[in-house]
Design a protein around this ligand. Sequence first.
Ligand SMILES: Nc1ncnc2c1ncn2[C@@H]1O[C@H](COP(=O)(O)OP(=O)(O)OP(=O)(O)O)[C@@H](O)[C@H]1O
Length: 821
Amino acid sequence: MAKKKTTTKKKATKNPTAKTKKNLSLSRQQKVIIGSFLFFLGIALFFAFISFFFNWKIDQSEIAQFSKRSAIAKNWLSKFGASVSHFFIFRGFGVAALFIPVLTSLTGVYLFFDLNKKRLAGFWFWGTLVMLWISIVLGFIKQEGGLLAGVIGYEINDFLRDYVGFIGTVLILTFFAIIYVVVRLRYTPEKIAASIQQAQQTVATNATDQTSQSTTKNGKHTTVESPVVTTIAKDPINAKITNIEEDTTTTLESTKDLSTTNVLNDLYTKDSERTSTDDSMQKLVIKSNDDPEDLEMEVESVVEEELSENLSDKLVKDFGEFDPTLELGNYQYPSISLLKDYTGQTGGITIDQGELEENKNRIVETLKNYKIEIAQIKATVGPTVTLYEIVPEAGVRISKIKNLEDDIALSLAALGIRIIAPIPGKGTIGIEVPNKKSTIVSMRSAISSSKFQNAEMELPLSLGKTISNETFVVDLAKMPHLLMAGATGQGKSVGLNAILTSLLYKKHPAEVKFVLVDPKKVELTLFNKIERHYLAKLPDTEEAIITDNTKVINTLNSLCIEMDARYDLLKLAMVRNIKEYNVKFRARKLNPENGHKFLPYIVLVVDEFADLIMTAGKEVETPIARLAQLARAIGIHLIIATQRPSVNVITGMIKANFPARIAFRVTSKIDSRTILDTGGADQLIGRGDMLYTQGNDLIRIQCAFVDTPEVERITDFIGSQKAYPDAYMLPEYSGEESGTGLDIDVSERDKLFNEAAEVIVTAQQGSASLLQRKLKLGYNRAGRIIDQLEAAGIVGPFEGSKARQVLVTDLVSLKQLLDGE
Ligand SMILES: Nc1ncnc2c1ncn2[C@@H]1O[C@H](COP(=O)(O)OP(=O)(O)OP(=O)(O)O)[C@@H](O)[C@H]1O
């Protein structure tokens, strides 16, 4: 189907040329008239030329008088014949000029019958060459010049003789003769040899045929012969062939008298008859192709299919895949040595056997008090807590143990006991008891772990270590957004730093950009140093890190615009997500001239979301919710941290869009429920002890610890390297107030105002990004035009991140509206 389409297209594109060709070519009537004229002209010339050979001497002496009517010419075609012949024969090619009338007549015939023009051109080309060659050869033979060679033949021969001598001239002429034979007549030495051989064979076969024929005729071996004859007769072609064979043999018969009498010979004859049949078939075929020139064949012009895919392949072949990191090609990732090694300080995880034994005994005893017998107990020592896995005796209800959580905690006299009943996938009951001496999980160990180093993730985060001392690595791109909550001083800021550090260690500045919102003004300031490497900001803003809550609204809306623009790009590229888009872009399958560019991931980090909600309220909630709902596919990921996990901060809408959550220690079970939908966070021990969920299981993790000096060293290291000229620019967002109440003068309107209005009305979508795309405008200009359209009453007022309403329904109404102004 697709192929068909291409052919039609090709035909369509071919048409203009075909049209001009048609205009130039002659109509059928014209062809018949001109064809007849040329045919007769050729005959006239032929007679004129022939008679010229007899009368040329007389006519030549009179030639100067031919302009006079009274002058008489002997030529059969009188003065015209004499003059033309003189010109072509005497002054031209001599005897060889006879080719001219032949070719002229032939042209007439071709035109008359509308035959193949290409072949005619071939006749003219080779005819002229042969005429010239004959003329030179004759000039070579008869060197005194004159009628035989004509002036041209004589002069060229003379010229050749002067420069290459006798032998040279002979060689040149022979060489041209060979060219003619090989190219025009298509003879090669092998072909000639083969045809001689074939001729010999035919004679030999014919002789044998005659033998066979004569024996058959003698009627001696009819029984052997008959089946072959019948098979042959069945086939009309073969029957025909037999006839021909018979004819040949009859003639041969009269000349030769060959007879074989034994059966062996007869059989041989039979075989040779078959061969001869094959041969004559061959002969027949050859006969029909005897003069291949007679058979007309129209060669369809070859239409090359367009191979658009190949362009990208070629680009990749020539320049390699697009490398977004090339602009900062010498960028060095921070080294692991910038991070502090805490093992010396805490001595790593130590297993205190006494403590383990003591805890085990207490657990067993406490459970015994409640009449719960234990069949088996196993301990796993983690960095901050030890997990005691117990297998109760048969018949013990799990809910009973779960209900005794507080009692067990009391009798173990330990804060932060958490009971997991049962441990998912294990069928055991877990009791987590904090270690007396906790171990710091250093960021260094989290980063250098092979799990993180070899992580094939888009945005890998090394969060810390699980209870079984495994480094916990997750992909932010898969989360796709993260909610972090915990009471003050429990490790939230450290957690955020760990996340950012993970990304800095794994991602090139071209691949990820951060939008940092820090109302506390002090937590994220260190990242200012890497503004031109990793941060994104609004145009015309001083600081990349947003500390002013009113500016957050603009940034969030700007991110929404970026999101819409990215979705448009994805749609254009016909891909479903940023990963596929970037793969296609790297493979040079997306043309930057169409607005395509490599899209870095954008990570929005909001430290203190509660503060933001308090000051900005609904205005931030809408864009945050929109981003959370839609931004995952286009690479915008949100990390929101809050101290106050109350329901008016972590609303249902936020929770619904943030399946991945981290809870640090909180003060109440209610807070834990707000964050995790279950208790547990209230029993954490703080200092980076956290629970992570991505929708189902809760995982207890000791957050990796990264101190401010470490972050400072990393940002210093990155900041000291060559950077981009500016931070990553987010689309400009003009804010609500700038759009309303506009009174823009008609004369001040943009030149593309009318065009833009048409685009908006046709698409029934009042968005600046649409104008940007359709009219290839910058964001600012598109925004201004939208304002002008609003002032003109074509689009409605600003509606947050949604596209504006289009107030004019069709182009006719638009025209009326604009004309009425
Ligand atoms: N993962 C950790 N390992 C060890 N200690 C930690 C860890 N995280 C935090 N701490 C300790 O807890 C202290 C407070 O942490 P952090 O500043 O992150 O708390 P916070 O929740 O951000 O508090 P706030 O909300 O008041 O800013 C740190 O100074 C540090 O001593």
